[in-house]
Ligand binder design. Structure first.
Ligand SMILES: C[S@@+](CC[C@H](N)C(=O)[O-])C[C@H]1O[C@@H](n2cnc3c(N)ncnc32)[C@H](O)[C@@H]1O
Length: 333
């Protein structure tokens, strides 16, 4: 398949957004005329548009951010009857699709995390570089990052910063947050970023010390890892035989979940040694087969043109005919 480039004539929701690993995702999903595909993370619609342009197929686009879907309306108008929006979480993708009369699909794409539109909009509170309300809620409802840092117990805060931010100085950061909020509760991103910077020195690689704590809070507030686990299970339930799952992750916490799900559900146990051949899959009951054994990463050119793609890892798996795990265990349909 030829590399996919957004068509200049199609309405792009955010001209500044460059979809990550676009050709590889579309090639991996291998869209066919008459097929049904799910874009579980619509964002600026980059994958959705490429799918709609690659084959005469239908796309069900999900995003938990109402703003993203509002902006995508023009795209739906230019592909009449072929693009359907569902506002919600991909953790519920099977339920969302089944409730809308779609019991099975031919491919599912997940491009994890937040979009450049969300980071760049200071009013959403994701950025530690631009001052804004300390929010970070993709859905714009529920507990905000400010609620979390102003109410959580110090040890709980430290655990979250350590677990989701992989911050070595998590205890020190949590202590500083708890101390600072006594005199002034947190409501702005820059107040939090400056509090962290006063505690943790910039590392040699130049990464802003606030990066890891902001990542941790975002993951926590949006339950991103729980969403991913539920979304992968939903994909297994919804994909038809030979249907493809393509997941792009941006940090090791996500990639670990994707990798171990695909490995477990394709009947592969971890290789005891890299000097030995990979163990054979137990194909009889495996729900997936691997399309690529190693994660696909962007080439030098993509990283140069779109530095956001730097840490991206794409994993692709194909659904077999094996029944959905919970159905075997009597838990699902
Ligand atoms: C990285 S962007 C996707 C970009 C998209 N692939 C494109 O090319 O424009 C991630 C999007 O997924 C959404 N998102 C993240 N987690 C989600 C979840 N659990 N359920 C639904 N949408 C989610 C975010 O709101 C954001 O709009």
């Amino acid at each position: 398949m030829a590399p996919v480039a957004p068509s200049p004539s199609a309405p792009i929701t955010d001209p500044d957004h460059i979809p990550v690993l676009l050709s590889q995702v579309i090639e991996g999903l291998n869209p066919k005329d008459g097929g049904r595909y799910v874009d579980g993370t619509f964002g600026a619609g980059g994958y959705t548009m490429a799918l709609l342009q690659s084959a005469d197929c239908e796309v069900w686009a999900i995003d938990r951010d109402p703003e993203a879907l509002k902006r995508g309306q023009a795209l739906a108008d230019s592909f009449p009857g072929r693009l359907h929006f569902l506002q919600g979480r991909f953790g519920n993708l099977a339920e969302l699709l089944i409730d809308n009369g779609v019991p099975a699909v031919d491919g599912i794409a997940l491009d994890l995390g937040i979009s450049s539109m969300q980071v760049d909009d200071r009013s959403r509170g994701f950025s530690f570089l631009r001052d804004g309300p300390l929010d970070m809620r993709m859905e714009q409802s529920g507990m905000s990052a400010a609620d979390a840092v102003n109410s959580m117990h110090e040890s709980e805060l430290a655990d979250i910063i350590y677990k989701y931010g992989e911050e070595r100085f998590s205890r020190r950061v949590a202590r500083a947050i708890v101390e600072a909020r006594k005199s002034r509760p947190f409501s702005r991103t820059v107040h939090l970023a400056d509090t962290i910077r006063a505690e943790v020195r910039r590392s040699q690689d130049g990464i802003d010390p606030a990066t890891r704590t902001f990542q941790a809070l975002r993951i926590y507030v949006n339950d991103e890892l729980g969403e991913l686990e539920r979304g992968l299970g939903g994909a297994e339930r919804l994909l038809t035989e030979n249907g493809r799952l393509a997941v792009v992750s941006f940090h090791s916490l996500e990639d670990r979940i994707v990798k171990s799900f695909i490995r477990d559900r394709s009947g592969r146990s971890p290789n005891p040694s890299r000097h030995l051949p990979a163990p054979k899959a137990n194909s009889g009951s495996s729900a997936f087969s691997l399309v690529n054994t190693r994660a696909i990463t962007p080439g030098k050119r993509e990283v140069r043109d779109n530095p956001r793609s730097r840490s991206a890892r794409l994993r692709i798996a194909e659904r077999t005919s094996a029944p959905y795990l919970s159905a075997i265990q009597g838990g699902g349909t």
